[in-house]
Design a protein around this ligand. Structure first.
Ligand code: NDP
Length: 475
């Protein structure tokens, strides 16, 4: 009996030692041996008490709670300010409001957070160093910043098909943003790939423009909600084709001209709109916090806390189930409250806040020059074709979130290079003839002209760095 008990005691001790060693090894591997204490950090690096990465409903809701509690809160807006909501049109399930444009929800939430003092930065966060505390944020311009708390609200990005022709024709007929690119497909035949709510919505967004819209569903049923499926039936130009998957996308070098399906049949079409779900954007933290088997940021039960102290996550980056704007907003509120509690519990008090004030990070407000709009073909000829300076043309469309995201960067470059380059904008919905003449098939497209000839262009999602390289390449 006694030896039995002794054996169990030894076993228990051995298990505890193994557990301890495993925890130690985990910490050693991740070098998270720090105990967060909030003081004024050594050095001269700027400091952010609450850094929020991402500006969709999750990020903006967290910002509202942080700023309203009078904590210096900085939102890094990311490559697609406002996130996925800006790529939808009307949303009907934002509680408390009947029906509202996704873009408007974001605009109001941003203004609300800003009215309490939240600050917004267009700098992109490229990596986060979690080995020492406070954590270090690295931006694309080479700046490093210290953060006491971080909320990751980077959302999710549209999935790709990974079939031949997709990359070659991306922005030349293949797109994942109907709200941006539908106007380029006036009287054309297009397919929408996917069977969820997004696919149904994309098909409906194409109705005012495209001649025929075929929804390609890979299985034998759609998973879109009944109300969205019913709405598709109201439009004779929308057809649903089941058990159909794209095998290849082909074109004439400039545009998509057709697809082949898995069963070998081909379809002559002009556009492929993808709506096949999203991949959570976990890259910034995937090597430092626990990730779930579904590649989401793992949370401690009932909270928005990640496995690292002072780092929280909210919205689609944590949610593989609901993926609703309202849920993301609620998550953002919880993450904001969790971050405030963390700051309080780790010594962020008024006296520290005062001592920190000279070191607080304030995103630079760079000079901007509004772009002049080209309103007629004649004006395009005078200003662009016969321009004395090199001219960069921003071809944009209404309701194009990537165009909206690029505009402040273009205005900043217009101010910085005033006198050496002319930067103008053309709304392709108002002047489709110019878009057609210059084979512009995606918004935004930035084309650089010199002596009346186009010498370079970039389309689709253009990073600020790529834009600057394009604009500065010829003067
Ligand atoms: P979903 O994950 O709901 O749907 C993705 C669709 O794409 C599925 O039909 C899936 O097929 C299909 N698919 C996935 N991969 C491929 C592939 N490689 N080739 C072909 N088809 C593929 O994503 P959604 O973006 O549509 O919706 C995400 C969430 O957002 C949902 O919760 C939705 O309700 C919500 N939403 C709500 C809206 C609204 O209320 N108005 C509007 C838009 C989105 P399969 O079914 O076979 O897996």
């Amino acid at each position: 009996m006694f030896t039995h008990r002794l054996k169990y005691t030894y076993l228990a001790i051995a298990s505890a030692l193994i557990l301890l060693a495993a925890t130690g090894l985990w910490q050693l591997l991740h070098k998270n041996t720090h105990t967060p204490t909030i003081t004024v950090p050594a050095g001269d690096q700027s400091v952010i008490p609450l850094a929020i990465i991402g500006s969709g409903p999750a990020g903006l809701s967290a910002a509202l709670y942080g700023a309203r509690a009078k904590i210096h809160t900085v939102v890094f807006e990311g490559p697609q300010p406002g996130g996925q909501l800006t790529t939808t049109s009307l949303i009907e399930n934002w509680p408390g409001v009947g029906s509202i444009l996704g873009k408007k929800v974001i605009e109001v939430a941003r203004e609300q957070a800003a009215s309490f003092g939240a600050l917004f930065s267009t700098e992109e966060i490229v990596s986060i160093d979690t080995k020492t505390y406070p954590y270090t944020l690295h931006t694309s311009s080479g700046t490093t910043l210290s953060a006491f708390t971080i909320i990751l609200a980077t959302g999710a990005s549209p999935k790709r098909l990974n079939v031949p022709g997709e990359d070659e024709y991306w922005g030349k007929g293949v797109t994942s943003c109907a709200v941006c690119d539908a106007p380029f497909f006036k009287d054309k035949n297009v397919v929408v790939v996917g069977g969820g709510d997004s696919a149904a919505e994309e098909a409906l967004q194409l109705v005012p423009f495209a001649k025929n819209i075929t929804l390609l569903v890979r299985g034998d049923s759609m998973r879109a909600s009944a109300i969205m499926q019913a709405r598709l039936k109201d439009y004779p130009q929308i057809a649903v084709r089941y058990n159909s998957a794209i095998a290849t996308i082909s074109g004439d070098g400039l545009h998509v001209t057709g697809i082949t399906l898995g069963d070998g049949t081909s379809m002559a079409i002009d556009g492929v709109f993808l709506a096949i779900g999203h991949t959570p954007n976990i890259n910034l933290l995937k090597n430092s916090v626990t990730i779930t088997p579904q590649d989401l940021i793992a949370l401690q039960p009932g909270t928005q806390k990640t496995s690292l102290p002072g780092i929280f996550a909210a919205g689609d980056v944590t949610d593989g189930r609901y993926r609703q704007a309202g849920v993301a907003s609620g998550d953002g509120i919880k993450a904001g409250l969790d971050a405030l509690e963390f700051l309080r519990e780790h010594g962020y008090i008024d006296t520290i806040a005062v001592k920190l004030s000279p070191r607080l990070y304030n995103p630079a407000k760079l000079a901007r020059k509004p772009l002049e709009s080209i309103e007629s073909e004649q004006q395009f000829t005078d200003r662009v074709v016969h321009g004395a300076l090199p001219v960069a043309v921003d071809f944009y469309s209404d309701y194009c979130p990537s165009c909206d995201a690029l505009l402040p960067h273009l205005e900043r470059l217009a101010a910085a290079h005033d006198g050496s380059i002319d930067i103008v904008k053309v709304n392709i919905m108002h002047l489709p003839s110019i878009a057609k003449a210059y084979t512009v098939t995606a918004a935004p497209t930035i084309a650089l002209f010199e002596n009346g000839t186009e010498i370079q262009r970039k389309s689709g999602s253009i990073t600020p760095e790529a834009l600057e390289a394009l604009i500065t390449s010829k003067h």
